[in-house]
Write a protein that binds this ligand. Structure first.
Ligand code: NDP
Length: 455
C-alpha cells in the first residue's frame, strides 16, 4: 500500500490539469483533482471556445452583406439578439463542462470541488480536507489583468466580457495582442462602435510585422477606429455598471465616450494563495512557477504546466506539456516538450495564422533569407464586392531552402496554417512547397504557387 493517498494530485481542472489527470488515471495511477470553478478552465469557460462561438456570430454581419452579390435578398434587415447568443453559448459550455466531468470519471479521477492549497511537498488541502500525493501538479492557469489606471474598476476584462447583459453601443478596447484584436472584432461585427487603443504602432507585435500591419488595415476598413501610440490615462463615470457612459481619457489628450471599456492587457499566473512559496517553491516575479524541462519546480514532487508557468499561453501547448509530465511519471518512455514551430491563430476578423519564424527572427538566426509575399482579393470577395484582402508570406532560408515561417491574414487562416505546420515540422523546403500541387480555386494554394521572392 502506497504511503500517499494519491499518486498524482492535480490542482486545476483546465486544459492542462484535466489532460494530465485523465491520462495518468488511464495509466493506472490513483489521481485526485481539485477545481474551484467550472471544469474546462479558461479555454472552455472564458477563452477559446466562447470567443470562437462569438466570433462566428459576429462574422454573420459580413456574410449577410456578402450574400447580396451572390443573388440573395434578405426581405428584412437582420437583427441581432445578444441574450440569445449568450444563452446558446452558455448551453454549449455547460455541455462541455459535462464532457470534462465524464472524461475524469472515465479515468477514475477523484474530483474535489473547492480551492486547493499546497501545505508541503506532498500535501494538498481542499476546503479543510487534507490529501497526500506522491506528485502534485499545479495547473491553475492565469487571469486577465487590469492596468493601474485611475478608474480601472469601471473597465472590464475578457472574463466579464462573456457575461455582459447586452451588447455595448460603444466600446474602447485597450491592448494590441490576441485578446484585444479578437474581442474588438467580435464587438465590431455584432454592431458596437469600437475604438481600439494601443500604446505602440503595430498590432500583434510578437508576430511577423506584416501581419499586424495588414490586420490593422483590414480592421480599420471594417469600421474599427485604431488609435496607436496612446493608452488610457483615466476612466470617469458617475457610477460603475454596464449602462453607465464612461469618459475614457487617452494619453494623447483625446476623450472617447463608451459604455464598455475592455482591458486586454495581458494575463497573470494564478498562484496567489496557493501556498507554493510556503512549500518552498520558487516563483517568478509575476507569480509564474519556475520549472525545469521536466516541468518540476525546485521542489521536485511539485510540478506545473500550462499558463501558470508562463511559457506559451495556448491550450494545445498546455496539453502537450501535460502529456510530457504523464509520460515521464507514469509512462514507459520519456518525452520532451518542443516549443519550436508552434502554430497559432488569432480569431480577429480577418483571422491571422502563423507558424515558424518571423522575418526578423529568421534574419537574426539564419542571416540571408528569401521572402515571398502575396496580397490579393480572395475569389469569394469578388461577387460580394467585399474589400477584405488576404495576405500571405513565406520566410525561406536562402542557404538551405528550408521554409522557416508561414504567415497569413485572411479567411480561415488557422485552418490553412495547421497543415503547413506539419510541413515545417517535417523540415520542408521551398522546392518541396513548389512541387506540391495546389488545390484550385482556394486561397491556400497561393502558398505553393509563390515563385518570385520580394526584392
Ligand atoms: P498579450 O500579451 O497578447 O497582449 C497584451 C497587450 O496589452 C499588448 O499589446 C500589450 O502591449 C498591452 N499592454 C500590456 N500592459 C499594458 C498597460 N499597462 N497599458 C496598456 N497596454 C498594455 O495578452 P492578451 O491579454 O491579449 O492574451 C494573453 C495570452 O493569451 C496571449 O498571449 C495568448 O498566448 C493567449 N491567447 C491566445 C488566443 C488564441 O490562441 N487565439 C486568444 C487569446 C489569448 P505591448 O505590446 O506594448 O506589451
Amino acid at each position: 500500500m502506497s504511503q500517499y493517498d494519491y499518486d498524482l494530485f492535480t490542482i486545476g481542472g483546465g486544459s492542462g490539469g484535466v489532460r494530465a489527470a485523465r491520462f495518468a488515471g488511464q495509466a493506472g495511477a490513483r489521481v485526485g483533482l481539485a477545481e474551484k470553478g467550472d471544469l474546462g478552465g479558461t479555454c472552455v469557460n472564458v477563452g477559446c471556445i466562447p470567443k470562437k462561438l462569438m466570433s462566428y456570430s459576429a462574422h454573420f454581419h459580413e456574410d449577410f452583406a456578402d450574400a447580396a452579390g451572390y443573388g440573395w435578398t434578405l426581405h428584412s434587415e437582420p437583427t441581432f439578439d445578444w441574450p440569445a447568443l449568450i444563452a446558446n453559448k452558455d448551453r454549449e459550455i455547460t455541455h462541455l463542462n459535462g464532457i470534462y466531468q465524464r472524461l475524469l470519471d472515465g479515468a477514475n479521477v477523484s474530483l474535489h470541488r473547492g480551492f486547493a492549497t499546497v501545505e508541503d511537498a506532498h500535501t494538498v488541502s481542499v476546503e479543510g480536507k487534507r490529501f497526500t500525493a506522491r506528485h502534485i501538479l499545479v495547473a491553475t492557469g492565469g487571469h486577465p489583468d487590469k492596468p493601474q489606471i485611475p478608474g480601472r474598476e469601471l473597465g472590464i476584462t475578457s472574463d466579464d466580457f462573456f457575461h455582459l447583459k447586452g451588447l455595448p453601443k460603444r466600446a474602447v478596447v485597450l491592448g494590441g495582442g490576441y485578446i484585444a484584436v479578437e474581442l474588438a472584432s467580435i464587438l465590431n461585427g455584432l454592431g458596437s462602435d469600437v475604438t481600439l487603443v494601443y500604446r505602440r504602432e503595430r498590432l500583434l507585435r510578437n508576430m511577423d510585422a506584416d501581419l499586424g500591419i495588414h490586420l490593422a488595415d483590414e480592421m480599420a476598413k471594417k469600421g474599427i477606429r485604431l488609435v496607436f501610440d496612446a493608452s488610457i490615462a483615466a476612466i470617469e463615470a458617475p457610477h460603475a455598471g454596464e449602462d453607465s457612459v464612461k469618459q475614457v481619457r487617452l494619453t494623447n489628450g483625446e476623450t472617447v465616450a463608451a459604455e464598455c471599456v475592455l482591458f486586454a492587457t495581458g494575463r497573470t499566473p494564478n498562484t496567489r494563495g496557493l501556498g507554493l512559496e510556503q512549500a518552498g517553491v520558487v516563483l517568478k516575479e509575476n507569480g509564474a512557477v519556475v520549472v525545469n524541462e521536466n516541468f518540476e519546480s525546485n521542489v521536485p514532487s511539485i510540478l506545473a504546466v500550462g499558463d501558470v508557468i508562463d511559457r506559451v499561453a495556448l491550450t494545445p501547448v498546455a496539453l502537450a506539456e501535460a502529456m510530457v509530465v504523464v509520460a515521464r511519471l507514469f509512462g514507459k518512455g520519456e518525452r520532451v516538450m518542443s516549443y519550436q514551430n508552434i502554430p497559432t491563430a488569432v480569431f480577429s476578423h480577418p483571422n491571422v495564422g502563423t507558424v515558424g519564424l518571423t522575418e526578423e527572427q529568421a534574419r537574426k538566426a539564419h542571416g540571408e533569407v528569401k521572402i515571398f509575399k502575396t496580397d490579393f482579393k480572395p475569389l469569394k470577395n469578388t461577387l460580394s464586392r467585399n474589400t477584405e484582402r488576404t495576405f500571405m508570406k513565406l520566410v525561406v532560408d536562402a542557404q538551405t531552402d528550408k521554409v522557416l515561417g508561414v504567415h497569413m491574414v485572411g479567411g480561415d487562416a488557422g485552418e490553412v496554417i495547421q497543415g503547413f505546420a506539419v510541413a515545417l515540422q517535417c523540415g520542408a523546403t521551398k522546392a518541396q512547397f513548389d512541387a506540391t500541387i495546389g488545390i484550385h480555386p482556394t486561397s491556400a494554394e497561393e502558398f505553393v504557387t509563390m515563385r518570385t521572392p520580394v526584392a
